[in-house]
Design a protein around this ligand. Sequence first.
Ligand code: NAD
Length: 372
Amino acid sequence: MTTHAALLLLPGDGIGIETIAEVERLIAFFNAKSNAIKFDVERDLVGGSAYDAHGVAITDAAMAKAAKADAVIFGAVGGPKWDKVPYEHRPEAGLLRLRKDLDLFANLRPAICYPALADASSLKRELVEGLDIMIVRELTGGVYFGEPKEIVTLEDGSKRAVDTQLYTSREIDRIARVAFDLARKRGNKVHSAEKRNVMKTGILWNQVVTDVHRSYAPDVALEHILADNCAMQLIRNPKQFDVIVTDNLFGDVLSDEAAMMTGSLGMLPSASLGAPDAKTGRRKALYEPVHGSAPDIAGKGLANPIATIASFAMALRYSFDLIKEAELVEKAIARVLDQGLRTGDIMQAGMKNVGTSEMGAAIEGELRALAA
Ligand code: NAD
């Protein structure tokens, strides 16, 4: 029986258009090769390109496609051309609407270090070679959204600023489940990072994660860690971690810290997941590179497509349970890097400088060889 997987491709602007084209290569490869799964692909506009065509950063029709799709693969949005469009129609509004309307509350940021790039890391090779961490950041709650959130002028003319860190047990429960589910597909270990020593939200976070562990995932190893210690341990011995689950603020900082150990923006994938569908059990999901639309190199065929291709590999693994296929794509990336192919952003002495489509074609070639 053939499983049909509905994919919505939203290339967006700038290099998003070029890197998504390389993902389409791989989708065509899988569709031609396998009878077990068929990707039914739709495309639409988002960001500046949607504004140019329709006067909004994403149309209701595109949102309806996204809500129906099993996974959305997103390129990037933005660029100087749209600097002056009304605030509510700026390119980023398209991405924010997708995150909000699909209720994508779990942000997954892997930090993977390919052996061929280990010397480009700011840490020693032995610390990062083979590194594979997943940071699960709560994305829709916490101090970025809690009310009150204000700056008030006091009677003496000085000012007071307030942000509110706020979490409900329901919000913590659902992100903890995502982390335990992921750990089961990886190294079966979760570190939960909070500041229970100084924050009430940290105490509740710790309690709820402990309860979810006991009732839902006793088979997964769980350790609690203070978020500041987690930041230190990431630099001291990053390979001790498998999955780290944490709140919006700590996750923002820790995921950037972990990702930067492994090289360029052009290498970093991400996923944002929502609640499981009541019928299929599949979570709403959006996969995207961490980088933006890179206007400085857009349209020149210079962009590194690996972050977007690795985001597609995440979709294979986390939306469709195609673990073997995801591993093949990741192995193909590693092999191409081992052979010395480099886009400009990861170029090193003695390596071969290639463009976007040459890199994509080389990855497809290796995938073909590995899958044969
Ligand atoms: P950026 O990530 O687009 O680029 C930063 C630098 O990294 C640039 O020098 C760029 O050339 C380089 N770079 C990024 N991705 C690369 C890749 N795949 N290959 C090679 N080099 C790469 O960030 P920016 O310059 O701050 O922002 C540019 C535009 O993108 C802005 O309009 C910004 O708002 C938008 N943006 C969008 C997203 C998104 O769509 N999720 C994220 C960040 C920024």
